[in-house]
Structures are given as structure tokens and as C-alpha cells.
Design a binder for this molecule. Structure first.
Ligand SMILES: *[C@@H]1O[C@H](CO)[C@@H](O)[C@H](O)[C@H]1NC(C)=O
Length: 404
């Protein structure tokens, strides 16, 4: 393994400093309260909570004793000479490759941030070289008379022998299996890995007419014909359809599958993040092993398709009221994407798979699932759009199940 994993959790570091400061200096502080001006090694500073002062990290590294103004409860108020204070050090993760990552307190977003820190995503290194952030640096700003705290980036060139072929681009794709035993199972729907335990899919994929309920999950696959020992297979322990889903209606067509054991993340298997904020791109990518056209056989190699957003009015025309969509297309909970000119639509077998964006993530690191493939027109016959469940609307429900 050529990739060095230097993960550094600021919080842990701070706990160490905290215990050190508390034990050493509890009786020897300056008697200054939060907001007061102070001085540290000849530089003017402000008395602030330890959690707002990144510079103390550097002091600790260089064995400099940060002056303590006072205590608020058990939290030291330190004399901070940083030019800019941070909001709260406990909400920051310093990633050796990505720099500072900020936690928001929202479950799906924080899970995504932790994945980015923990998992060796392809974005974290280029071909043959990689980069690391040095721990923090303090630089005195003569103009501002304070310390600028920065992370320094440096490249590290590595000689890499036998670089693997390009990494599999959609390592969050799942294939769902039905039937009495895993070796003869039929793999008829797609899904997305969103945590160590859960796959996001469409509610109508929870069972197949005449075959029965979803039982197996296969990950790390690029081709259906890949040898079985390359597949990571899991049994479905629990299925959680959206509580308002009523088959065969197309509303709330979203569900979660829990695996029987924890999913092992590796180069071929990674989670995707959920779309929680910002507007989805005009063009998104659908992926699936669905039929290559109407009444044609299922695809062997994972297919990807870039499709464009249709307006609410267009979607309403494509999906008028009918018995499985009694109120017609609902823009709050659904969306439709497709191609106005050529035939580009999802087909049977693509159901449950993601409609995704590579650019919603600020680091361009993780794929973001924006939609779940719900229904298509008769694919391959007319130009048109596919119907997708709008993930952002269902994030609170997903969080309540996946990160309770
Ligand atoms: C669309 O769905 C939402 C959520 O279920 C619902 O509150 C809303 O009334 C629906 N809109 C229409 C026009 O049916």
C-alpha cells in the first residue's frame, strides 16, 4: 500500500491539550476574562475559549505554553494571537489530503464528511504522486500584528510500480438479487451504498412479481459476468420502505436495505453521499445494469448515461395523472431527467439505482446521489425522460433510519 494514511483528528489532539492545561495551570492563570486583551511572547492577543484558537495546536507542538487568561467551567480561556478565530475546533477534522473539513451537526452531511476523511477516495491522490498537508503553520503577520494559521500543502513524488488500471468509477453501485438461493439469484434492480450498513433503492424494488422479496446485495461489480469471487455479497437483513409508499403507486418510491454484516469498503466499494443542499446540476449521470433498450437483454457492463433536467411543466406533461400516479407528477418528491433529442432514458433493471453528481461535493471527491430511478417511459422507443425520486426531500427520513 503506497498511500500513507495520515489522519489527524483535531478533537483528540485538543483533549490532550485540555488535560495538560488543566493539570498544569489550573492555579496559575492571568485572571483575565473572555474578550480581554492579553500578551503572549510579545504579541498582543485576545482572551478566547481554547476551542476558538487554532494557534494553541502549534504552541503545543513546539512546546510553548499558551498563556491562560482564566477558566470558564473547565474550558481554558487562552491568550490567542491568531488573526482569525475559528468557530469551534470540535467541529473540525483535519484531513491529511483534503485540509480542514467542517462538521455541520446534520447527520447525513457529517457522515459524508467522515467518509471523506476515512476513506481513501481516488480524489486524494493523483497518478504517481500525492500530496499531504503539513500540520499547522503559524506565520507572524507584520501588518496585522497577529499570527496567521495555515495548512501547508506539499507534493510527494512516489515511484509507483504497476499502477492499477483506472479505478472503478462507481464504487457505490449495488446490484440487488432475488430468488431462493444466491448462486441462481436474478439480479434485477440497482441501489446505492450510503453507509456501512445501508443501501438506498426504490421501494418498488423490494420485491419482484412471481420471484419474491429482495434477498441479496452485490457490491464491487463492474460487469455482471465478473467472476463471483470478485463480488462482495451480503444478505438483506431488513427492508425499510418509505412509510407512505403504497405499491404499485409511484409516489414515495424509496427504500433502504440493511445488510446482515458491515460493508467492507475498499478500492471497489465506497459509499456515496446524499444530496442535502444546493441545487442539483442541470446534467446528471444515471447508472445501471438495465436493459439496453425496450425488450432487450440486460446490460453486462455497468452503463452510464448523462441526462438533462426537465422543467416541472415538461415533467407534468410526460407523467400525467394515471392509476399509478393519481395526482400526476409531484415536483416536491419527484424529478424527471432525460434527453430532448436522442433516446436517453432508464430501462427495466435500472430501477433503484442512482441519478448522481460528481460536482456537488466541494472536493469533487465523493459522488452525490440526487435521485433514485423510479420509472421510465418505454425506454428506447421515444425520446423522453425517466422519473426519479427526489432524494433531498427524503433526507430526514433516511437519517432517521440510517443514523438514528
Ligand atoms: C406533493 O407531495 C407532497 C409530499 O408528499 C405533498 O405534501 C404535496 O401536497 C404534493 N403536491 C401535489 C400537488 O400533490
Amino acid at each position: 500500500m503506497w498511500c500513507r494514511t495520515v489522519l489527524f483528528n483535531i478533537m483528540l489532539y485538543y483533549l490532550i491539550i485540555l488535560s495538560y492545561l488543566c493539570s498544569v495551570c489550573v492555579n496559575s492563570h492571568l485572571g483575565l476574562y473572555e474578550g480581554a486583551t492579553c500578551e503572549s511572547n510579545g504579541v498582543k492577543g485576545r482572551c478566547v475559549s481554547l476551542y476558538k484558537c487554532l494557534g494553541t495546536l502549534v504552541d503545543k507542538k513546539e512546546n510553548i505554553q499558551t498563556p491562560i487568561c482564566s477558566f470558564e467551567g473547565k474550558t481554558p480561556i487562552v491568550c490567542c494571537t491568531d488573526c482569525d478565530l475559528v468557530e469551534d475546533i470540535r467541529k473540525m477534522i483535519m484531513d491529511a489530503q483534503l485540509g480542514f473539513l467542517y462538521l455541520t451537526g446534520k447527520k447525513a452531511e457529517d457522515a459524508c464528511t467522515r467518509f471523506k476523511n476515512k476513506i481513501d477516495f481516488g480524489c486524494k491522490h493523483g497518478y504517481g504522486h500525492t500530496w499531504y498537508y503539513e500540520l499547522l503553520r503559524l506565520r507572524y503577520s507584520e501588518a496585522k500584528k497577529c499570527h496567521k494559521v495555515s495548512l501547508e500543502k506539499f507534493d510527494e513524488y512516489l515511484y509507483v510500480e504497476g499502477q492499477d488500471a483506472e479505478r472503478y468509477q462507481y464504487p457505490h453501485m449495488a446490484l440487488l438479487g432475488y430468488g431462493p438461493d444466491v448462486d441462481s439469484a436474478l439480479w434485477l434492480c440497482g441501489g446505492t451504498v450510503i453507509s456501512e450498513r445501508f443501501i438506498l433503492t426504490a421501494a418498488h424494488c423490494l420485491s419482484q412479481p412471481k420471484i419474491g422479496p429482495v434477498k441479496y446485495i452485490a457490491l464491487g461489480i463492474l460487469r455482471r459476468s465478473d467472476p463471483l469471487d470478485k463480488w462482495q455479497r451480503y444478505n438483506v437483513r431488513r427492508v425499510v420502505p418509505h412509510p407512505e409508499y403504497k405499491s404499485p403507486s409511484k409516489y414515495h418510491d424509496i427504500a433502504l436495505l440493511e445488510t446482515d454484516t458491515e460493508i467492507k469498503f475498499n478500492d471497489d466499494v465506497h459509499p456515496a453521499c446524499l444530496h442535502t443542499k444546493g441545487e442539483a446540476d442541470e446534467v446528471l449521470t444515471g447508472t445501471g445494469w438495465g436493459a439496453l433498450g425496450h425488450r432487450q437483454q440486460l446490460a453486462d457492463t455497468l452503463q452510464t448515461l448523462d441526462i438533462s433536467r426537465f422543467s416541472e411543466e415538461e415533467c407534468m406533461q410526460h407523467y400525467p395523472k394515471y392509476r399509478h400516479l393519481l395526482q400526476g407528477y409531484n415536483h416536491t418528491t419527484q424529478m424527471c431527467y432525460g434527453d430532448r433529442v436522442t433516446v436517453a432514458d432508464s430501462c427495466e433493471g435500472d430501477s433503484g439505482g442512482p441519478l448522481q453528481s460528481k460536482t456537488l461535493d466541494e472536493h469533487r471527491c465523493v459522488t452525490t446521489v440526487v435521485g433514485v430511478t423510479s420509472a421510465g417511459k418505454q425506454c428506447g422507443i421515444t425520446a423522453g425522460s425517466g422519473l426519479y425520486t427526489r432524494v433531498i426531500h427524503y433526507v430526514p427520513w433516511i437519517e432517521s433510519v440510517v443514523w438514528p
